[in-house]
Design a protein around this ligand. Structure first.
Ligand code: SF4
Length: 362
């Protein structure tokens, strides 16, 4: 690995959402959103706790109506992470969410109606110390802006500036901003443009990115590009499916840039004609065995004796496979030779002993 300086991040001001700082040099925060029925507190709390266990630091919950707003107080009291209320159009839901104890509200002032309503929400948010995220989405731009600029990065930036201005006019500036499109290049361009114009913390995401495989690629390309340029203070990966995958993907993206690390980095070779073991199965079992591990550790699983020992030696813990056998390594030293049947269990045991610093002699 080459030594390179850590990425320099764009300067943004600090916004506090419950126990989480956004912007101002704080670590890029990982967030996700529940997809359970928001009227069902048990199911929603269970999903929140799975998301938190996977590393979500903020969790957003849709609040489509008054009945969902009534459930929020219980969710806020029982959630281990700060909650964000996702609200459209109805300012009364925003007021109810703030009263229920949410840490942040996502609502666009431009779609809640009169200035009086905007002022009411801003005033309640200010009194409660609750920031507002303005979420500009390429799919729902104001008609006049769309007519002037089309559906484009420029249109998203103009919309964002208008929304910021609306809150500014009522004296509210405790905001986070997101500019999302389902198209990666538009998302990237919009965020690059806005980051040169405001110092508001940016929430990054490629919206409606798709199901797990396609959505992970689109999000990694878009968010990876922006994070690599120091843009972004919190990220949400949008995937159709279990939101726990969003959180895992977010952490992998942050780890790939060296911005944050959580859980193991599993290095495995693609295999080739030299491989004499079932690597795909072995690696899948190792991945599953470490799925709940939140400790940073590098684990190498390599398919043969050509590159295997070298890569395994560089990792904290490694397995270099041969014909029906494997060499287990720890801190660059061979610890044990095991059979193919024993490989996965022995490797996982070695990881556990490494993490508890229980040191077997090599
Ligand atoms: S480590 Fe061995 S099996 Fe894996 S890709 Fe390299 S040469 Fe092929």
């Amino acid at each position: 690995m080459t030594d390179r300086p850590p990425l320099s991040r764009r300067n943004t001001r600090t916004v506090i959402a419950g126990s989480v700082s956004l912007g101002g040099g704080a670590p890029v925060a990982v967030q996700s959103m529940t997809n359970t029925d928001p009227h069902n507190p048990a199911a929603t709390l269970q999903q929140i706790s799975r998301l938190a266990a996977a590393g979500a630091e903020l969790v957003r919950v849709a609040v489509p109506d008054a009945a969902a707003a009534e459930v929020l107080e219980q969710l806020c009291l029982q959630s281990s992470v700060p909650l964000v209320a996702d609200i459209h159009f109805d300012h009364r839901l925003a007021l109810a969410a703030i009263a229920a104890g949410v840490a942040k509200v996502r609502i666009n002032p431009g779609n809640i109606g009169s200035r009086r309503r905007v002022r009411e929400v801003a005033s309640a948010a200010r009194d409660a110390g609750v920031p507002i995220r303005i979420g500009v989405n390429a799919g729902s731009l104001p008609r006049d802006i769309r007519e002037e600029y089309g559906v484009s990065a420029r249109a998203m930036v103009e919309t964002a500036l208008r929304e910021i201005g609306t809150l500014d006019d009522v004296g509210f500036s405790d905001v986070v901003l997101s500019l999302k499109a389902s198209d990666v290049s538009t998302t990237v361009e919009a965020n690059e443009q806005i980051s040169g114009r405001v110092d508001i913390p940016l929430h990054l995401g490629v919206t409606e990115a798709g199901a797990k495989w396609r959505g992970t690629i689109k999000s990694s390309v878009g968010l990876g590009y922006l994070l690599g340029r120091g843009i972004g203070d919190t990220i949400r990966i949008s995937l159709t499916g279990d939101p726990v995958d969003e959180v895992r993907t977010a952490w992998e993206i942050l780890a790939a840039w060296g911005l944050r690390r959580r859980g193991p980095d599993i290095v495995s070779c693609p295999t080739c004609g030299r491989c004499r073991v079932n690597m795909a199965e072995i690696v899948e079992q190792v991945e599953q065995g470490l799925v709940d591990c939140s400790e940073p550790i590098t684990v190498a699983v390599m398919g043969c004796e050509v590159n295997g020992p070298g890569e395994a030696r560089e990792a904290d813990v490694g397995l270099a496979c041969g014909e029906g056998v494997g060499l287990l390594m720890r801190d660059g030293e061979v610890v044990e030779k095991v059979t193919e049947d024993e490989m996965v269990d022995s490797l996982l045991q070695l990881v556990r002993s490494y993490l508890t610093r229980d040191c077997p002699s090599p």
